[in-house]
Ligand binder design. Structure first.
Ligand code: PLP
Length: 424
């Protein structure tokens, strides 16, 4: 048989090559940009690195998950009931627990059949983008946003159109812009609430307007609620599914952020669509089809879900929310003292705030990426350039970090500004 080795004469031809579409699709990711900044840290700075760019606070002691969740996993493993494959949509007790939990905030009851388990919210995004990617179709994504949607859409050859979130309106959706962008090939619009990267929380009234607009355009709403309930401002978290009878909603979520266990990789897609439109349009069938040909979240994690949802007490959630509220306050107040950055609205949810960079006040800084590279090198502080989330010359600051480190990081940003301030 023909052996697949070099034959010495240089005649051997290998017929395989990598898929370039993957390289293109993953060109800008948050992780990629953060890695570039990490490579730029100075090895001579004896100070510890302050990470204000990440989206995973699980390593900080004050953000450790509840022992209830840890016990649930141990019990699940020890029970020996979850050593086998799960069904492709996920095991029934887990889907039932999620349906019951989400129904508490809805005007109608979800059934376990409305719930599909995924490998984190990341796979939920992958599934919905793949399901909608018919040739010619397009999807409306927020700017700034979460670049994984763009990456997935690019790989699936789903056309992307961006609508703006308005900084002077508390980062509300520019609904007039949405209306102008949409055409007969538009399948869906994505909202992220509470917001990453903006730290905003949409009001009940605004969500209702979004639903009305989706209905007018004949599109569905994909509601990324991976930060569900992480709201600590004046507005409560309202799930988009509340308006599922106006326009169909696919709700995406996971335990990654609320329980601070992104490494456990358990998420969901929920059809919050009391009129059954997603069923009739074949979307549900396609979701099942996708899940039939992909890997499932680990069965023992699924097995722990009923226990995690039913037994986690309110003190865990309120403790996390009060830490986030406290660090969001520190962030907002200290940013006011740094003249080259301004924060259009105080963060009210999630773990991030977007601030605008005023380059005129700085000497020798080209743009947001240059700012972040020099900040990493000179001050050992990592901040995400807005370019990575679609907004050039802005910065995304993470406040999900120990309060003392956050203060230290913001002091260093101020020192950086003072050293680079332009004489005006
Ligand atoms: C973190 C995040 C996700 C991914 O969630 P995982 O459960 O960790 O896969 C999806 N969307 C947004 C907006 C996020 O911030």
């Amino acid at each position: 048989m023909g052996e697949a080795t070099e034959n010495g004469s240089g005649q051997q031809k290998w017929r395989f090559r990598g898929n370039k579409d993957l390289t293109t699709a993953s060109a800008i990711t948050v992780r990629g940009v953060l890695n570039m900044l990490k490579d730029n840290l100075s090895k001579d700075d004896p100070r510890t690195v302050i990470p204000l760019g990440h989206g995973d606070p699980s390593a900080f002691p004050c953000f450790r998950t509840t022992s209830t969740a840890e016990d649930a996993i141990v019990d699940s493993v020890r029970s020996a009931k979850f050593n086998g494959y799960s069904s492709t949509v996920g095991i029934l007790p887990a889907r039932r627990a999620i349906a019951e939990s989400l129904s508490k905030d809805l005007p109608y009851a979800l059934s376990p059949d409305d719930v599909f388990l995924t490998v984190g919210c990341t796979q939920s995004m992958e599934v919905v983008i793949s399901v909608l990617a018919r040739p010619g179709a397009n999807i409306l994504l927020p700017r700034p946003g979460f670049p994984y949607y763009e990456a997935r859409a690019s790989f699936s050859k789903l056309e992307v159109r961006h609508f703006d979130l308005l900084p002077d309106n508390g980062w509300e959706v520019d609904l007039a812009g949405v209306e102008k962008l949409a055409d007969e090939n538009t399948a869906a619009m994505v909202i992220i609430n509470p917001g990453n990267p903006c730290g905003n929380v949409f009001s009940y009234q605004h969500l209702e307007k979004i639903a009305e607009m989706a209905k007018k355009l004949g599109i569905m709403v994909i509601a990324d609620e991976v930060y569900d309930h992480l709201a600590f401002g004046s507005k409560p978290f309202v799930p988009m599914g509340v308006f599922g009878s106006i326009a169909p909603v696919l709700t995406l979520g996971s335990i990654s952020k609320r329980w601070i266990v992104p490494g456990w990789r358990l998420g969901w897609i929920v059809t919050t669509d009391p009129n059954g439109i997603l069923n009739r349009s074949g979307v549900v069938e396609s979701i099942k089809g996708f899940l039939n040909i992909s890997a499932d979240p680990a069965t023992f994690i699924q097995g722990a879900i009923p226990h995690i949802f039913e037994k986690t007490t309110d003190d865990f959630f309120s403790r996390i929310i009060s830490i986030l509220k406290h660090t969001a306050d520190i962030c907002y107040e200290m940013i006011k003292e740094i003249p080259c950055i301004t924060c259009p609205s105080k963060p009210e949810g999630s773990m991030f705030v977007m601030v605008k960079l005023n380059l005129l006040m700085l000497n020798g800084i080209k743009d947001d990426v240059d700012f972040c590279l020099k900040l990493a090198k000179e001050e050992s502080v990592i901040v995400l350039p807005g370019t990575a989330v679609g907004l050039k010359n802005w910065l995304r600051v993470t406040f999900a970090i120990e309060p003392s480190s956050l203060e230290e990081g913001l002091r260093r940003i101020k020192a950086f500004y003072e050293r680079h301030a332009s004489k005006q």
